[in-house]
Design a protein around this ligand. Structure first.
Ligand code: SAH
Length: 239
């Protein structure tokens, strides 16, 4: 695992990591109009590329959620031919299953979607996704990180039906990109896992958006610290 692409949705999640890795910005990495920012560099023996989704040209906010994430992953794999993709970001967690604000999780099991409900034979399972995460159990044990199944949807808020599907899939982490990234990686046979810092607890009463804004800075700092540990670990171990 010496050529690693890191995919991140929000600039505010990526800033401290970019600083501590001292990556350099790549000018015009893709054709004109593609908003993604690309950074490159090294950490020990590892060659790193980090992509951030950039801003939407009409709405002037980060290009979060599944559509930009899938495109960004495809372009990263085409350009850098990584032997590992890591989706780093923030996420909601289930307090009742042990998640706490600021915890950093590695993905385990299978990435699923909780808002692709297609009640037709075969399509119901397709909708759910269920793409494998790279087995992070040894890394998690060595670095004393928690692991959990990640469920992805295109909304920050949560409908009752979404929660039901999250629970059916025994997921404990909720985000807006991971399963989309995992689909591209599975399709192109590139190992992939996620590193997610918890900004909000989805089974608590305070609205997600309020919790998210309050805890984003702390979560991004923890994410940066743990990402450096994960990257140092990977560049020292043969994949
Ligand atoms: N109001 C925020 C919007 C960010 S969208 C802002 O303008 O800063 C939320 C981002 O954080 C997504 O990239 C998603 O992957 C992640 N995220 C954090 N908590 C989440 C949750 N509870 N549900 C879904 N995604 C979450």
């Amino acid at each position: 695992m010496r050529n690693i692409s890191i995919i991140m949705a929000m600039k505010s999640e990526a800033e401290s990591l970019l600083q501590s890795l001292q990556l350099r910005k790549v000018n015009r990495p893709f054709r004109s109009g593609i908003p993604f920012e690309v950074y490159e560099g090294n950490l020990g023996k590892a060659q790193l590329s980090l992509l951030v989704s950039g801003n939407d040209s009409d709405h002037h906010v980060d290009n979060v959620a599944t559509v930009p994430a899938a495109l960004m992953t495809y372009l990263a794999i085409e350009k850098f031919e990584p032997d590992l993709v890591i989706n780093a970001g923030t996420a909601g967690g289930i307090a009742g299953r042990g998640c706490e604000i600021g915890n950093v999780y590695l993905s385990s099991g299978k990435f699923c979607f909780h808002d692709r409900r297609i009640p037709l034979p075969g399509f119901d399972q397709y909708g759910m996704g269920l793409y494998p995460s790279y087995d992070t159990s040894i890394i998690a044990k060595d670095l004393q990180l928690k692991t959990g199944t990640v469920s992805t949807g295109n909304s920050l808020d949560l409908l009752e039906k979404d929660m039901q599907i999250i629970e059916e899939n025994r997921a404990i982490i909720k985000d807006m990109e991971a399963a989309a990234i995992a689909w591209v990686c599975r399709t192109l046979s590139v190992p992939m896992f996620a590193v997610k810092a918890i900004t909000d607890l989805i089974d608590e009463d305070t609205p997600t958006a309020t919790q998210f804004m309050k805890n984003l800075h702390q979560a991004a700092t923890n994410l940066q610290v743990k990402m450096i540990e994960v990257l140092r670990y990977l560049q020292n171990h043969e994949g």
